[in-house]
Design a protein around this ligand. Structure first.
Ligand code: FAD
Length: 336
């Protein structure tokens, strides 16, 4: 049996201090971590329990941004009134993730930091560059259908980033706030997760002596409509084959601003800035949405079993943009 030490942190400083300098892992909701410890994929020598930290609040700022503590549970965030009205794409993404029980435990920080669902990573024996750098990637020539990417892949790793919440945050625009024992820093959400490149074992921009304290969401775009479309093999309790978070703001029938982010197809939450640029100033029609979907999937690399994800993701994009535009139209017609 593998031994580990358990330490309960009472404050942020204590947590980062306990975590630094050894093979440690923060224990938040435990819904990813405990599985991976049981499977012997993660072997922390110390678990630092962060459940008592004062990081479970959702706060509004004067500038219209929203501050979400790292310990805010996924359920709490999804049903927060401001999130439901101003960031409905985030609420929808959260509510389509996992199961009710898991969402009640899972935290914002843990969701950002969740590990890939690649079966070769999780079986503990197959060559996997993420688990054992330099050993190879079994997925490239193996079974690579459900949780394998077509965007942002490398010859060293093709595992999808599995989060739904992160896709919505990538579309909204967000900042990850990190604390170490003696400093704090902020990282743009789009830069926090790393592409696998030739170092797939480095998944994010978090140092050993740092903790995620909170995430701030950019102020919502005035008058925008938004939605999250998740396409999967089964309609609940399933990871995305392809998903799309879309936000659309209109001036009449002209697109003032559009945001698109994808899940289920990228090795990190995948923002589609070129497709967004193509939509700005265009008419909010299916033709424009289809063109944007085409641009978004340019450069996608299909593997043996997941080539279907490219047309599937295009469909998710068109549907999400259409629904978001329709919601923007409806809210423009509503009295303020
Ligand atoms: C059966 C199943 C189905 C699922 N389906 C979905 C799905 O459809 N969509 C989806 O998006 N997700 C899904 N998930 C994943 C789930 O959302 C994550 O397990 C959850 O969000 C992780 O949060 P947690 O608080 O439990 O993290 P933990 O398991 O406690 O931690 C996860 C990782 O984050 C680190 N960590 C935690 N908090 C911090 C912090 N504040 N700072 C730095 N590091 C931290 C931990 O050390 C660990 O490495 C599923 C999970 C399961 C088990």
């Amino acid at each position: 049996m593998r031994q580990f030490e358990y330490k309960r942190a009472e404050n942020t400083r204590g947590a980062v201090h306990a975590h630094a300098g050894q093979a440690s892992a923060y224990l938040a909701g435990g819904t990813t971590l405990i599985d991976l410890v049981k499977l012997d994929i993660m072997q922390p020598e110390r678990l630092v329990d962060v459940n008592r930290l004062d990081l479970a609040d959702i706060e509004h700022s004067d500038g219209g941004t929203l501050k979400i503590g790292a310990m805010v549970r996924n359920t709490t965030l999804a049903y927060d009134q401001t999130v439901q009205t101003d960031y409905s794409v985030l609420s929808e993404a959260l509510l389509q993730g996992a199961s009710r029980q898991l969402r009640n435990r899972a935290t914002t920080g843990g969701n950002v930091m969740q590990r890939v669902r690649c079966s070769y990573f999780r079986d503990g024996v197959s060559p996997c560059n993420k688990r054992e750098p330099g050993s190879g990637c079994s997925a490239i020539d193996g079974h690579n259908r459900e949780v394998f990417a077509v965007l942002g892949t490398s010859e060293h790793c093709i595992a999808v980033h599995p989060s739904d919440m992160c896709v919505a945050m990538a579309a909204i625009g967000a900042t990850v706030h990190l604390a170490s024992a003696d400093s704090e820093r902020a990282v743009d959400f789009l830069d926090f997760h790393r592409l696998p490149g030739d170092t797939p074992h480095i998944e994010h921009d978090l140092k050993d002596d740092e903790l995620i304290t909170h995430i701030t969401l950019d102020a919502p775009i005035k008058g925008a409509g938004s939605t999250y479309i998740k396409l999967r093999d089964r309609s609940s309790y399933q990871f995305a084959l392809a998903s799309c978070a879309a936000i659309v703001a209109l001036d009449g029938d002209t697109i003032r601003e559009a945001r698109i982010a994808l899940g289920g197809v990228g090795t990190k939450p995948w923002r589609c800035k070129q497709a967004e640029a193509a939509l700005q100033g265009a008419s909010a029609t299916d033709e424009s949405f289809k063109q944007a979907a085409q641009i978004a999937m340019e450069g996608a690399t299909p593997y043996k079993h997941n080539a279907f994800k490219i047309p599937l993701a295009r469909k998710a994009i068109v549907r999400a943009l259409r629904d978001a535009a329709e919601r923007a139209r409806r809210s423009a017609g509503e009295p303020t």
